[in-house]
Design a protein around this ligand. Structure first.
Ligand SMILES: NC(=O)c1ccc[n+]([C@@H]2O[C@H](COP(=O)([O-])OP(=O)(O)OC[C@H]3O[C@@H](n4cnc5c(N)ncnc54)[C@H](OP(=O)(O)O)[C@@H]3O)[C@@H](O)[C@H]2O)c1
Length: 273
């Protein structure tokens, strides 16, 4: 593999996730515009990406991968088979293939990736759109440290990365952090509704709910304490917070969250190839 500065990144698919990654890579200074190219069938999307980021765009995927050191598969899972039929024969042995398609195994990709041996799977989440993704990565054995560094650098440009050592754990990543933003939005909505129910205006309740979650995340990030210890800072004996927490426990919020992650994980397993 060539030196990092000169790596050529090709995205197959120029949708929301590809755009988030392009923005993160350019904003972080990890890559320059001339290193990035996107293959995308939709002319409007191609023009928008070219205009916003000054990167190269192409209609045909084959021309894009023929110049690639790293090929990022950023199409919907149902498009992956036809994309690999098209580009697989043109992937050379040195190319690092990174797939963000949910549920498509590295074995399945490897079998359709021609000479390419280095395959990585990544599961980012929607917060990549604002540079705050939680991304789980899985590396096939013997992929090499350099390839790992490159993949982690790419997803590190749009947030936090974790590495799982079993590929099936990506289903849990999908159920926890992949779907996670939706759970948090539901929580924000419910907290806001509760404030409205008790008499606050929707705007005031929503602002309080949002800043409460933001502030709690800030505390959890900056203070070196477990989540349980952080909760105890606020929940003084006999006070208001323990009364609220008791109601949450009676409402089986913990059990519901466990079930939510479990069901999403099972669904991810069912959809996997
Ligand atoms: N969004 C998320 O939060 C998220 C999180 C984790 C993983 N992912 C994964 O990321 C992948 C992309 O998701 P997304 O949200 O970015 O979807 P998206 O916005 O629909 O982007 C997919 C893009 O690929 C293009 N495309 C379709 N067929 C193609 C082909 N044959 N060659 C090249 N490009 C093609 C689509 O163009 P057209 O619109 O013209 O069809 C579209 O622009 C998915 O596999 C998804 O599972 C997404």
């Amino acid at each position: 593999m060539k030196k990092k500065k000169k790596l050529r990144l090709s995205f197959i698919g120029g949708g929301k996730m590809a755009e988030a990654l392009v923005r993160g890579l350019l904003d972080s200074g990890a890559y320059t515009r001339s290193q990035i190219e996107v293959g995308e069938p939709d002319g409007g999307r191609r023009d928008a990406l070219k205009e916003a980021y000054g990167i190269r765009v192409a209609k045909t995927n084959v021309s894009v991968v023929s110049r690639a050191d790293v090929c990022i598969l950023a199409v919907k899972p149902q498009e992956i088979a036809s994309v690999l039929d098209e580009i697989g024969p043109h992937l050379s042995a040195h190319v690092l293939v990174i797939s963000i398609a949910a549920g498509i195994s590295t074995h399945w990709i490897r079998e359709r990736s021609g000479k390419a041996r280095k395959i990585v799977r990544a599961m980012p989440n929607a917060a990549a759109l604002v540079g705050e993704s939680a991304t789980g990565l899985y590396f096939r054995p013997r992929i090499g440290e350099e390839a790992k560094k490159v993949a982690m650098g790419i997803f590190g440009s749009v947030g936090e990365t974790v590495v799982v050592d079993k590929e099936e754990h990506l289903n849990i990543v999908t159920g926890l952090s992949g779907s996670g933003p939706a759970y948090v939005f539901l929580f924000l909505e419910a907290l806001t509704d509760a404030g409205v129910y008790l008499g606050l205006s929707r705007d005031v309740a929503a602002r309080l709910a949002l800043q409460t979650v933001r502030g709690s995340v800030g505390m959890a990030t900056e203070l070196d304490k477990s989540f349980a210890a952080l909760r105890e800072i606020i929940a003084s004996p006999g006070g208001t917070t323990v009364a609220g927490l008791k109601a949450l426990e009676e409402g089986a919020v913990r059990a519901a969250l466990t079930k939510a992650v479990e069901m999403a994980t099972r669904r991810s397993e069912e959809l996997s190839l």
